[in-house]
Design a protein around this ligand. Structure first.
Ligand SMILES: [Mn+2]
Length: 356
């Protein structure tokens, strides 16, 4: 990151803290908007704790199946909370702004500074720090203004969820593993992720479980009501994943394509599971059953390839939901017709390679 961007980030962080403290000081409502995975949900739990400790009321919201934070229906629900400030966590970013109200975005996804959102405060590393997560950025933002230190393990959950075992080198994960055990942290990540993958997309259960938990082991073994519901959701998602992993791939050149028809958001883990067995392939797992008429798909590979570039080369202008995410973990959400065109181009690439 350039010196200029670093100075901008100091300014963004101080503005963000100021907005939260002022909202708390006047007892205002804060809308906590989050991505329904372990990282986004852990960041949301930290934001809820901090906002309440500062004196604010909290309303939480996550986009439904097939929505994102820019969907008009989602925006209307967030505006309807009557919140004076929105805190948006781990949802990626686009130019412009998702909501009319004052908005603070905390996000660790790679973004060109020229494409940064125009909101009151955008807390980001612009992708310049691959060893961070939204939960860690949120923790670092909140620690100077709110008593979140006893919940530092929430930052570790998000790091482990997004970075896997590489996150164990992060000081927040190392400290949480010493205190709580790495097994309890991993188990909590799996439970939280299951909620967002469930057929009902019941991310609120995971957030409730994190808010009622005093330590990560409370998710897997605690008697809390939300933790119990979370464990039932995980069983359902695990059964669907076992079913989906039995669907055989079709190989086209360097691509291996698996097509699912499941109401669960399990295309990502199924793709990751196949990369070991298809070590020379780019694995694409498509799900036509998640949202009718749309295809949600995940792309992963065993070898370190720029998968966003590989996808964009096939379909250069497929919109902001195509080839989003990270170089090593991407995918997209497109209309069925666009996905069928992508498949034709994959087959075309394979045929050209075979002829060469
Ligand atoms: Mn994340």
């Amino acid at each position: 990151m350039s010196m200029f961007a670093a100075a901008d980030q100091d300014q963004a962080r101080s503005t963000a803290r100021d907005l939260l403290c002022r909202a708390g000081g006047r007892g205002a409502r804060v809308a906590v908007v989050y991505h329904a995975d372990a990282d986004g949900t852990s960041a949301a739990a930290l934001a809820c704790f901090a906002a309440r400790a500062l004196g604010a009321e909290v309303a939480t919201a996550t986009p439904d199946k097939g929505e994102n934070v820019h969907s008009p229906a989602f925006g209307a629900r967030v505006e309807a909370t009557g919140a004076a400030l929105a805190v948006v966590l781990d949802t990626g970013s686009r130019p412009g702004r998702p909501f009319a109200m004052p908005t603070l975005i905390i996000d660790h996804h790679r973004v060109d500074p020229a494409q940064a959102p125009e909101v009151e405060a955008f807390v980001s590393t612009f992708g310049g720090d691959p060893m961070t997560s939204t939960s860690a950025l949120t923790y670092e933002l909140l620690a100077p203004i709110a008593p979140v230190a006893p919940r530092a393990w929430l930052a570790a959950l998000g790091l482990l969820g997004d970075l896997g075992d590489a996150a164990r080198r992060h000081p927040l994960v190392a400290a949480a593993a010493r205190e709580h055990g790495i097994g309890a942290l991993r188990e909590a990540v799996a439970l939280v992720n299951a909620a967002g993958r469930s057929e009902a997309h019941d991310a609120g259960v995971a957030l409730a479980a994190l808010l009622e938990a005093e330590r990560p082991a409370d998710l897997a073994r605690g008697g809390g009501e939300a933790a119990g519901r979370l464990r039932a959701l995980r069983q359902e998602v695990a059964a669907a994943t076992r079913r989906a992993i039995r669907v055989p791939p079709r190989v086209h050149g360097r691509w291996a394509v698996i097509q699912l028809d499941e109401p669960y958001r399990i295309h990502g883990p199924v793709a990751s599971a196949w990369t070991r067995r298809l070590a020379d392939q780019i694995v694409l797992v498509a799900n036509r059953g998640y949202v009718p008429g749309r295809v949600h798909f995940s792309v992963r590979s065993h070898r370190p390839l720029d998968l966003r570039a590989a996808l964009s080369a096939l379909l250069p202008d497929a919109g902001p939901d195509f080839a989003a995410g990270h170089d090593r973990a991407t995918g997209g959400i497109v209309d069925a017709a666009v996905f069928d065109e992508l498949l034709r181009r994959i087959q075309g690439e394979a045929a050209r390679e075979a002829a060469a």
